[in-house]
Design a protein around this ligand. Structure first.
Ligand SMILES: *[C@@H]1O[C@H](CO)[C@@H](O)[C@H](O)[C@H]1NC(C)=O
Ligand SMILES: *[C@@H]1O[C@H](CO)[C@@H](O)[C@H](O)[C@H]1NC(C)=O
Ligand SMILES: *[C@@H]1O[C@H](CO)[C@@H](O)[C@H](O)[C@H]1NC(C)=O
Length: 447
């Protein structure tokens, strides 16, 4: 007993000392770890992004965002040239190839450790959030933006703050409409509209002679082939080609990817960058020949056509006029901004949260365009399948969850709405990444 009594304080002292030592060692180790960690991540970021990241600064202003994002658009060409690829095997040469889609540009504007980059080989970024919980939510038709990582939520909030297109939505918000109700809403409100000579300044510009007759073919079944990375290894090519009409996006190639994406193209939706940026070789590349072309550019939300004509995001009007004169036999349209923003209104009206005040993605625009023209619309890999890896596009090797879940575009909400309009079984979604929608001609709405 006496021995124990004298031993106890001694023991206590010893334990206290050794635990202090342990704490010190732990602290030094952690400091070292953070130093090494931040050294590596910073050098990667600096390597990739020589442009400024407005979305990482807390104290930005809306004008700052706008100015910077335009500057970034203009200066995007250096780092991204490394991601050139050809026919599925990705080149390692540092060939300049600019981003092909508006989506890409905007995804690329922000986000720090977006991609892991070593020796020109792109690898999936470490997961910022549980991708699969969002994907499963989309499969079930129930998902919230709260599940997205901080980076994407922050990007969304910054777009809401900057409100580049001056969106002011005053309509209703109802998140519980049934399938039929949504379909009737979209049929009633989203009739296809392309630019014609009925309004200024386009009447003065001679659009009377310039524009082809109204786009109104009627196809039975149609395929909308998204450019999502997850379509790789899908072996959907043959099924896609079996449709009467196939819609593709921007510069997405089929050559070299036929077994997964098919080879037929009937219509191509192109954003204004494709027309304006010579690097897309719009007037020489074969992928834009002998098909119907539908171009678009984000106009102000208030549809001020004069303002838009004077200051489009990218000049699409001059190349359009030139192309129509050179190839009068090729059907080529410009989507009316009222069509684009009506689609945005529809997405917002079915969502309680504020969605990004930016135009919907080309994907969503293409889906609704085809609902106008086809009896049945089959959409491939818009809602991600089990093949989802974070790979942005099947034809480019870089990874970013923003491509699938949205940063600039209100993609998550668009996808949720498309899922809610479809009759697809979860199995079709999971395994094929396919949703089927009725065309407007097959939607019956009681008046
Ligand atoms: C132009 O488009 C509008 C809306 O789609 C249509 O009502 C009008 O008839 C068209 N005008 C011409 C000249 O094609
Ligand atoms: C192709 O487009 C560019 C502008 O992007 C233009 O400068 C050039 O003249 C065009 N070429 C032809 C053959 O039309
Ligand atoms: C254009 O496409 C049609 C059918 O889609 C085909 O019959 C025609 O040969 C094609 N023309 C050229 C020049 O490729």
């Amino acid at each position: 007993m006496i021995v124990l009594d004298s031993l106890l304080p001694c023991l206590r002292h010893y334990i206290r000392q050794s635990s202090q030592l342990l704490l010190l060692v732990l602290l030094v180790w952690m400091l070292l770890f953070f130093a090494v960690f931040s050294y590596f991540t910073d050098s990667q970021v600096n390597q990739l992004h020589r442009t400024t990241f407005v979305f990482n600064s807390e104290s930005q202003h809306s004008t700052h965002v706008q100015r910077s994002s335009r500057a970034i658009m203009a200066s995007h060409n250096v780092p991204w040239g490394m991601f050139a690829e050809r026919r599925g095997t990705f080149q390692r040469k540092q060939v300049f190839q600019p981003p092909r889609a508006r989506e890409e540009i905007h995804f690329r504007n922000f986000g720090k450790r977006r991609v892991e980059f070593r020796k020109n080989v792109m690898k999936p970024p470490e997961t910022e959030f549980n991708t699969w919980s969002v994907v499963r939510g989309l499969w079930k038709g129930q998902v919230s933006s709260k599940l997205l990582g901080q980076r994407l939520q922050k990007a969304k909030n910054n777009y809401i703050l900057s409100n580049e297109h001056k969106v002011f939505y005053k309509g209703q918000r109802k998140a519980n409409k049934g399938r039929q109700e949504i379909l009737c809403q979209i049929k009633e409100q989203a009739q296809l509209r392309t630019l014609n000579s009925s309004e200024q300044p386009f009447a003065h510009l001679g659009f009377q002679q310039l524009v082809p007759p109204q786009l109104q073919q009627a196809y039975r079944t149609c395929a909308v082939v998204t450019s999502a990375g997850a379509i790789l290894n899908s072996l959907l090519g043959r099924e896609i080609d079996s449709h009467d009409a196939v819609l593709r996006f921007n510069g997405a190639p089929s050559k070299g990817y036929e077994k997964d994406v098919g080879s037929k193209t009937t219509i191509r939706i192109i954003n204004s960058q494709i027309l304006a940026n010579p690097q897309h070789r719009f007037n020489s590349s074969l992928i834009y020949k002998n098909i119907t072309l539908v171009a678009w550019d984000p106009a102000p939300y208030n549809i001020d056509l004069h303002k838009w004509y004077q200051n489009p995001d990218y000049d699409l009007f001059n190349p359009y006029i030139t192309h129509r004169k050179n190839f009068p036999a090729q059907p080529f349209y410009i989507l009316h901004p009222s069509f684009i923003w009506k689609l945005w209104d529809i997405v917002q009206s079915n969502t309680l949260e504020n969605i990004q005040p930016n135009p919907p993605s080309s994907g969503f625009i293409g889906i609704v365009l085809m609902m106008n023209l086809c009896e049945e619309v089959h959409v491939y890999e818009y809602i991600p399948s089990m093949r989802e890896t974070g790979l942005c596009h099947y034809h480019e090797k870089y990874y970013d969850a923003a491509c699938t879940f949205g940063a600039y575009h209100p993609l998550l909400y668009e996808k949720l709405l498309v899922k809610r309009m479809s009759t697809s079984f979860e199995e079709d979604l999971k395994k094929k990444g396919k949703v089927t929608l009725p065309g407007f001609s097959k939607i019956n709405c009681a008046l």
